[in-house]
Ligand binder design. Structure first.
Ligand code: HEC
Ligand code: HEC
Length: 212
């Protein structure tokens, strides 16, 4: 049922996503200027804010940031009724940006200095998690550095609570189930290799040992 609702939503929103600027201008604002609208949640340096569940996006590769913005804009990510944080991000992604501006803001995010966030999730066992990470490294890399050829983002340096939350969302079908979400659909079965919350915390504790 959810699947049906989200896919219908996606089709409806895709149709409206042309994002024509009200001033009719084809002028493209520079990424830095566009980022002002993101800074209220992601911070001036893009390092995120735990209290509003905004992830650390500083230095994420432009191809990944752009792909996620396109997904949020078209309802492929963040439109599931149970995706509380996604629903917070989504309206922002749909502000009047043209395609060139989505690229510009993505490059600006990629240009920000990457920062490693200190772990805060309690109860994860990094040694046990190293075993689980064996499944992940083929795509995300042995140090969580990501792999563009496989569309797999870097994980190193990200807030541990954000990673835990995303793995739960993939498992619960809140992320990665929209039929148009090809790369999310590749990640979702991988989340299923983590049997329970403890395994999720363990693998995330292992990821937290990687340098950024
Ligand atoms: C109202 C607060 C808010 C604003 C403003 C906002 N975001 Fe977000 N953003 C979030 C939240 C919350 C999430 C996490 C969503 C989730 O948990 O799925 C997020 C997620 C993201 C992600 C996904 C990160 C990942 O690792 O997959 C990207 C990329 C992103 N935002 C970029 C931006 C950009 C660029 C802007 C400005 C155009 C912006 N955001 C504006 C709150 C915001
Ligand atoms: C087959 C390749 C593949 C494997 C194996 C894989 N992933 Fe992923 N992962 C992806 C892709 C592709 C994405 C991007 C999904 C998207 O575009 O929304 C992703 C996204 C993620 C995200 C979301 C990151 C963010 O910034 O929002 C997390 C967390 C994650 N993977 C963790 C893991 C863990 C932990 C494992 C091992 C249990 C794993 N992945 C195994 C391909 C893979």
């Amino acid at each position: 049922m959810h699947r049906l609702i989200t896919s219908t939503l996606a089709i409806v929103t895709l149709a409206t996503v042309g994002c024509i600027r009200p001033d009719g201008a084809n002028k493209t604002l520079p990424g830095k200027e566009l980022f002002a609208a993101c800074a209220s949640c992601h911070g001036d340096n893009g390092t995120g804010q735990a209290n509003i569940a905004a992830p650390n996006i500083a230095g994420l590769p432009a191809w990944y940031v752009e792909a996620q913005l396109v997904k949020y804009r078209s309802g492929i990510r963040g439109a599931h009724p149970d995706d509380l944080e996604g629903l917070r991000m989504r309206p922002m992604s749909r502000q009047m940006m043209n395609e060139a501006e989505v690229k510009a803001v993505a490059s600006y995010v990629a240009s920000l200095t990457p920062v490693k966030q200190a772990p805060s999730v309690q109860g994860g066992d990094a040694t046990a998690g190293a075993g689980n990470y064996g499944t992940c490294l083929a795509c995300h890399g042995d140090k969580g550095q990501g792999n563009q050829a496989l569309n797999a983002p870097p994980l190193a340096g990200q807030y541990d609570w954000y990673l835990v939350n995303q793995l739960k969302k993939f498992k619960a079908g809140i992320r990665g189930t929209n039929p148009l979400d090809v790369t999310g659909g590749q990640m979702r079965p991988m989340s299923m290799t983590l049997p329970d919350e403890q395994a999720i915390k363990n693998v995330v504790a292992h990821i937290a040992t990687f340098p950024r």
